[in-house]
Design a protein around this ligand. Structure first.
Ligand SMILES: [Zn+2]
Length: 217
């Protein structure tokens, strides 16, 4: 295992961090940081309060941003029976950028699951769409399980761009090709409470499920 010498962005202590570590707590002051290549970034984080104790807390990035659609093309879905050689796709002019509501923040999983896109795209989308009310937060304690943190904020930003396209396409009968101009704002790790529910983890705020066997340590 390759160890990279890095300084804790909170207390300045020299840390030994494994080469593939994304999020970790300082061995000395206990504060969390995101480690990307040769830099360490202070991490703002909180636990979401829930009724009763959770069975597991899973880390999510809550990413805020301002997104503008920089290009948009709409195509009618291809008719599988079209055999006469005419163009299967054609442009429609009735979808405008202002017709598409773009959320201004999203939750993206920072934990590792097998088949990441399948499992966490659905979960992130479902949680994000409900994220309009304020969440009851408290400070994250220093015994958080950073072994579960796997994806950094740049991965999360990439996922936000994917999810924005998916969400726009869900609202449209056409197939939309979109490009976004995104200004990234606050990012924070939220430790989200889950309860055991059969072979799933069920989130204790919005009741979304994640298959337990999908979770990778
Ligand atoms: Zn420190």
């Amino acid at each position: 295992m390759k160890l990279t010498p890095l300084k804790c962005p909170h207390c300045g202590a020299k840390l030994k961090i494994a080469g593939n570590t994304v999020l970790a707590a300082c061995q000395y002051c206990g504060n969390a940081a995101e480690f990307t290549g040769e830099s360490a970034i202070k991490l703002d984080q909180a636990i979401i309060k829930s009724e009763g104790p959770p069975n597991i807390l899973l880390p999510f990035w809550r990413i805020s941003y301002k997104a503008k659609i920089s290009s948009l093309a709409a195509h009618a879905p291809q008719n599988p029976f079209q055999q006469d050689g005419t163009e299967a796709f054609y442009r429609r002019k009735d979808v405008k950028p202002e017709d598409l509501e773009i959320p201004s923040r999203m939750l993206v999983a920072a934990f590792r699951v097998n088949n990441f896109i399948n499992y966490t795209a659905d979960l992130s989308q479902a949680l994000s769409l409900k994220l309009d009310r304020d969440l009851p937060e408290k400070d994250a304690d220093k015994s958080m399980d950073y072994g579960r943190c796997y994806y950094g904020h740049l991965d999360a930003q990439g996922m936000v761009e994917v999810l924005l396209r998916v969400l726009a396409n869900k609202k449209s009968r056409d197939i939309l090709d979109l490009d976004f101009d995104i200004k990234w704002r606050e990012r924070k790790i939220l430790w989200w409470p889950f309860k055991q529910d059969g072979d799933c983890w069920r989130d204790m705020i919005y009741e979304q499920r994640l298959l337990q066997s999908a979770l990778e340590k």
